[in-house]
Design a protein around this ligand. Sequence first.
Ligand SMILES: Cc1cc2nc3c(=O)[nH]c(=O)nc-3n(C[C@H](O)[C@H](O)[C@H](O)COP(=O)(O)OP(=O)(O)OC[C@H]3O[C@@H](n4cnc5c(N)ncnc54)[C@H](O)[C@@H]3O)c2cc1C
Length: 540
Amino acid sequence: MLVARRHMLSTGETYRDRVGDYFRKRDPNAKPDAPSPNSKPSGTKSHSNQSLPNPLDISHQYVGRMPEARSFDVVIAGGGHNALVAATLLARAGRSVIVLERRDELGGAAVSVAPFPGFDVRLSRYSYLVSLFPAALLRELGVTIEIRRRRVAAYPPTTGASFDAIARRVFHTLTEPLRPREDFRRLVADDAVWSALFETPISAMIERSFADDLTRGTVMTDALIGTFAPADDPLLRQNRCFFYHVVGGPWNVPVGGMGALTAALAGAARAAGAEFVTSTEVVAIATDERTAEVTCADGRVYAARHVLAGVAPHVLGGLLGEPAPGDPPEGAQLKINMLVRRLPRVPGARSEDAFTGTFHVNEGYEQLANAYREASAGRIPSMPPCEVYCHSLTDPSILSAELRATGAQTLTLFGLHMPARLFTDADAKERAVAATLRSLNSVLAEPIEDCLLGLEALTPPEIEAELGMPGGHIFHRDLAWPFAESDDEVGAWGVETEHANVWLCGAGARRGGGVSGIPGHNAARAVLANSAQNRAHHTT
Ligand SMILES: Cc1cc2nc3c(=O)[nH]c(=O)nc-3n(C[C@H](O)[C@H](O)[C@H](O)COP(=O)(O)OP(=O)(O)OC[C@H]3O[C@@H](n4cnc5c(N)ncnc54)[C@H](O)[C@@H]3O)c2cc1C
């Protein structure tokens, strides 16, 4: 079936007319997956011997006269870190690849910025800690960024179940084709954990394992980062969130901030021969299942054999002109980035110890439940639960030498249970920030305001406006189980869509979410496997 946004085409012109041109320019004997005219022979690195420009430099954008529609093996809509992973792997496999990014820089939620005029500090504006990025994938990409352990991180109390051991058994499956649920269960090899984590709301395990409210709450936070759900949610969204928060091991600090990781990934993609165009918004994707056409807001059109969506599934649905899949996603976090002249004093502890790791603020189990109830009823939580950590204690390189000499530090705050629905009033953000600072101050020995040099806050609607994450959902949509949930998914990569040549490569894929590169890797593998299958089909 032809799926096309016909209104994007000029009058009288059909999608097939336009894509037909693309075919005619190609070798008429070419097999469906034969490389396009832009393809490089497998293994070549067409740009690798040229001097490498700054990967985040946008000077390579097309300017002046509109070029002819160009064709690629793979067009990637959205230039988040996952797109860069997919671009590198596909370009290295000889595919011609172009990444189209709406913003003026690559990286999506994995970027660093200098948000406070007059202060030379580069903060990870959105995401800030790395746990899920497989070391083997970083090695495969040739990315050598340092990801540093925090001296004090977070030591979740033991539940009697060794999540570490289970993580070691299942983590490698995240970059493999999907297994059936029962195979995954055999790999977990622990019936009690299987039941507690994969079948029953996590509240049962937490309440059975711990008597102390604060301990329960601390464990529960791993189930709530980026997820608006109660502990006993029968949909088990909180369980899935918990799984992805413990399966990667400790949450570590990318040295140089998230922007350093993105710069390294972009460098790898560029060295492999991928092209980037920034400041260009994709507005439509059309496919006849063999070829596709990607249209940008400035009128440029790219023909492609495959389209990868680094954007959320909801955004992809809109681009394809199709109904959005499922309920609209809703993010539920308030992110606050701060620069402080010195760390605030904390009762009974050295500030350096308190803020090196994750400093939990009003995250008791009952406090979390209460905040969820208030937010569900449409109110900003009276004592917002949140967690804070100091990036610059582990990685001072994000501060200039002058700032370091003054004792300045950064503080990153992630506030829970702040769903997008709360931010409809003009003053809602102000109230949410005030409530969050009040909550933070309730556990400090002095008001945070006495230490502040700069503060920026980001609500879910602002995240949506800036990054295109629907509802400001930091994982593009609620996280999915890491195994096949239907027979036809077994052996697939979790990146497939309704269309044979359109794939997810971003956080909204199964096993996506977080700074992991995993869906980017899996999308590249899926496209290459698909090409191999098609070749085999055409030679038999
Ligand atoms: C505040 C916040 C804190 C977080 N903290 C952490 C953390 O500490 N650790 C962690 O692992 N994860 C964290 N996350 C989640 C993580 O950052 C994301 O899940 C991940 O970065 C998603 O990467 P991606 O490449 O899939 O997509 P994105 O980063 O969302 O990139 C998608 C890109 O597509 C672009 N785009 C959208 N629409 C279009 C269009 N029509 N045309 C062209 N381009 C388009 C966007 O501009 C964006 O650059 C956080 C996220 C947020 C927002």
